[in-house]
Design a protein around this ligand. Structure first.
Ligand code: GTP
Ligand code: MG
Length: 329
C-alpha cells in the first residue's frame, strides 16, 4: 500500500496552524480598523487553509477501502478494522468542513465589526472553537497514526505472480524454508509464534518468478478462537495461495504429528480448491518412513526436489494458464 504521511496529534496540529497564523501580516489599508479587519480575516483564512491542507493530505493518502482487493480489505480489517478506519477518516472530513463553515461565518462578523476590541474577541472565539473541534477528534487522529504504522508494514503483494504460501504449526521451520528458498529475510527463532505477519520473498526458477509467503504458525482450532496473528495466515491461504506448502515437523519440537495432521485436514477442507504439497521437515533430525517429500531447511537437503514439485504442481493451478511458461520450462 502507498506512502502515508505521519498523522499529527491534535495539539501538534493546533500548534502548527496557530504559529503560522500568528506570523500573518497585512499592508496598511488606509485606517487602523480596516487594516485590523484584513489581518483578522487573513489569520482566519490561514488557520482554515492549513487545516484543510493537513486533513486533505490524510484523506488522500489513506487507502480507500472500497478500492482495495478482497485480500487487502480482509487483512486491513484484521490489522486495524475497516469500520474504525472509515469512521476516523469521516471524523477528519467532518472536522475540516466544520472549520470551513465557522471560518465563513466569522468572516461576516469581522466585516460587521465596529471596533478593534470586537475584532480581538472574534479572533479569540474563532481560535477557541477551532481548538475544541480539533481536540474533539484527538482519538481519531491517534487511531489514524496507529493505522498508518500498521498499513506501512503490510508487504506489497503482486496478485499476478505464481504464489506459494508456506503454512503449518508454529515452529515447524516455515521461515527457515522461505529464507532458504527466496529473497525473504524473516526472523527465525527456536520458539513458536516468531512470525507475526506475512513476509514476502521472491525467487526465479527457469525464468519464472515465484512469490513465497511466510505465514504465522497455525494451531488446530476453530476460526472464532484464532487471534489476529493467525488470521493473517488464513487470509493468505484464502486469497493468495496458488500452491500451499504445508510443513509437518515430525520431531515433536512443534507439537504432536497428530495435531499437525488434524490442522492439515481442516485446511484441506477449508481450501479444497488449492493445490497442496505436504512436506516433512527437519529431516536432518528425524526421517519417518512414508512417501512424503522430506526436507531440511537447515541443511538444504531436499530443497531442489521441493522446488521441482512446486513447479510441477503450479501447472495444475488456474494461474498457470495465465502465465507464459517458457517453452523449455
Ligand atoms: N534441525 C533443523 N532445525 C530446523 C529446520 N528448520 C527450522 N529449524 C529450526 O526450528 C526453529 C523454528 O524455525 P522457524 O523457521 O522460526 O519456524 P517457523 O515455522 O517459522 O516458526 P513460527 O514463525 O514461530 O511459526 C528454529 O530454531 C530453526 O533453526 C530444519 O530443517 N532442521
Ligand atoms: Mg516463522
Amino acid at each position: 500500500m502507498k506512502e502515508i504521511p505521519t498523522v499529527l496529534r491534535s495539539d501538534e496540529i493546533l500548534d502548527k496552524v496557530l504559529k503560522r497564523a500568528s506570523a500573518v501580516s497585512v499592508k496598511y489599508a488606509g485606517s487602523k480598523l480596516l487594516t485590523e479587519k484584513n489581518k483578522t480575516m487573513a489569520k482566519i483564512d490561514c488557520v482554515a487553509s492549513n487545516i484543510n491542507q493537513i486533513f486533505l493530505k490524510y484523506e488522500k493518502h489513506f487507502p480507500t477501502i472500497e478500492k482495495l482487493n478482497e485480500f487487502q480489505k480482509e487483512l486491513l480489517d484484521i490489522l486495524v478494522g475497516c469500520q474504525q478506519l472509515h469512521h476516523a477518516l469521516g471524523a477528519i472530513k467532518w472536522c475540516n468542513q466544520t472549520v470551513k463553515k465557522i471560518s465563513a461565518s466569522m468572516h461576516l462578523r469581522v466585516k460587521k465589526a465596529g471596533n478593534i476590541e470586537d475584532l480581538e474577541k472574534i479572533r479569540k472565539e474563532y481560535y477557541g472553537r477551532v481548538a475544541s473541534l480539533i481536540k474533539q477528534i484527538a482519538p481519531e487522529l491517534e487511531f489514524l497514526n496507529h493505522a498508518r504504522d500498521v498499513i506501512l508494514k503490510i508487504p506489497s503483494i503482486d496478485m499476478n505472480l505464481p504464489t506459494i504460501v508456506i503454512s503449518g504449526f508454529p515452529n515447524v521451520g516455515k521461515s527457515t524454508l522461505v529464507k532458504r528458498i527466496s529473497s525473504a529475510e524473516p526472523d527465525i527463532a527456536p520458539y513458536p509464534f516468531t512470525t507475526k505477519g506475512l513476509i514476502i520473498g521472491h525467487a526465479k526458477f527457469n525464468m519464472v518468478e515465484y512469490q513465497f509467503i511466510d505465514t504465522p504458525g497455525l494451531l488446530d482450532r476453530p476460526v472464532e478462537q484464532r487471534n489476529a496473528i493467525e488470521k493473517q495466515a488464513i487470509v493468505a491461504l484464502k486469497h493468495l495461495a496458488d500452491v500451499i506448502v504445508f510443513l509437518i515437523d515430525p520431531t515433536g519440537y512443534s507439537g504432536t504429528v497428530e495435531e499437525q495432521e488434524k490442522l492439515l485436514a481442516s485446511l484441506r477442507r477449508e481450501f479444497g480448491n488449492t493445490v497442496f504439497i505436504v512436506v516433512e521437515t527437519k529431516a536432518d533430525i528425524l526421517r519417518r518412513k512414508n512417501s512424503r517429500l522430506k526436507i531440511s531447511a537447515e541443511t538444504g537437503e531436499g530443497i531442489e526436489k521441493l522446488i521441482e514439485r512446486i513447479r510441477e504442481k503450479f501447472k495444475e493451478t488456474k494461474k498457470y494458464a495465465q502465465i507464459i511458461e517458457p517453452q523449455n520450462a
